[in-house]
Ligand binder design. Sequence first.
Ligand code: BG6
Length: 483
Amino acid sequence: MEVSTHSASTPFALHPTIFVIFGITGDLARTKLLPALLALYSKKLLPPRFSIIGFSRRAFTREDFRDFIREKMDVRPGEFKEEDIKHFLDHMSYEQGFFDSALAYTRLTERLKTIDDRWGQCSNKLFHLSVPPNLYEGILQNLAASKLTLPCDDKSGWTRVLIEKPFGNDIETARSLDKLLGQLFDEKQIFRIDHYLAKEALQNIIAFRFTNPMFEPMWQSEHIDKVHIKMHEKAGIEGRGAFYDPIGALRDVGQNHMLQMLALIAMDMPASFSSDDIRSERAAILSALKKIAPRGLKENVTKGQYKGYISEPGVPLQSKTETYFRIRAEVDAPRWRGVPFYLESGKALAESRVEISIYFKSGKKKSAKWRSTKKKIVPEDQNILTFRIQPDEGIKIKFFVKTPGHGFNVEPKTLKFKYADVPSFDVIPDDYERLIRDAFIGDQTLFASTDEIMASWRFVTPILENWKSLPLKIYEQGAKEVE
Ligand code: BG6
């Protein structure tokens, strides 16, 4: 059971907290977690009493650890004041241990207790699993066996756990991980990270949809022709071969980021903006995704691999892992009947661009009388609403205007809103900064619930089970599209 001493009037930021990072020497800690914690620290959004304990296998002296973190932490020169970095590092310490060694957890328990004793208070504990997914189970078991998952008494200090994606490898492994988590933690203590949910432009989809009622009546199959969700990346796998190859694009970004984007576009209006209501609407849409049967696979799914992928470090020469996929998905709900949702993602493509486009049905079909006027209408006369998630966050709407002159021709124009054009919108918070802060305050809105995870695996697993039957298209690096 989670126990918290935070009354509504006590700012969360004041309660002492210890943040334990399993796998502190890995890339995620270096590139995301530590810079985000440093940013929170420099904005004074961490409690005055906080401590970060890095846990990993490598042997370090205290000084070596400090130097290692200072050198590896991915922050731009001048991004933070040297003084802030120095004080931030003072809050860090290191615990060496093997993830499967019970003794290491005993030592960690003692370390946490020493800090609590020094503070004279039972602190909050946040555990982050920044390790390959095959290590989750062992770490969670050991955490539980050492009683670190329990609050230190029944009046103060919560314990929470942050788990990274991929959450399982298919429905079965996700279920068994979820079962284990359920035995060890209360749902309120589990924070399953999908960092896409924390992207500002994704959160704006909810704000835009539900605070601009003019779009709501159009948000359905009668008016929407198709939805295209695109996550193109220019970079290849960038040395992550050993991690990426057993996973592939569909598990890496399809089961999570892409489906979460679909959920935000397709979900019904939640009863309130509370975490539970938003999560349950997202889960309802994910549960309504139509499974793609083996016989429909070729027609609805494409997979590809970029040329040169098999020469990447850590990738076997015979690898058939996909670095690209395109899926035509459908949502089995009255509002979305017959509307295709195209999910398309790939690495080593022409440009990095994440965007969601809603194509409205052509006005031309409206009436025969209109068609019979033979006025010249441009061929693609569809209104398109596009949410640009990154880069150049914004929204644009394609619409048509009459070309000035004696004839009656129309041409497309675009209404655009770019975050960068609004000075106060220019600073977009980092995804991990938001997630860590939300985990501190116990807000689970931007974290995937167990229902969402299971529903997305229920959709993806049948595709993966027949994955081998699909041809693998080899595409050029830098390709604009994959045929
Ligand atoms: C991660 C994937 O979850 O998301 C990566 O593992 C991918 O393969 C990354 O590149 C994309 O995230 P972002 O925030 O850079 O768009």
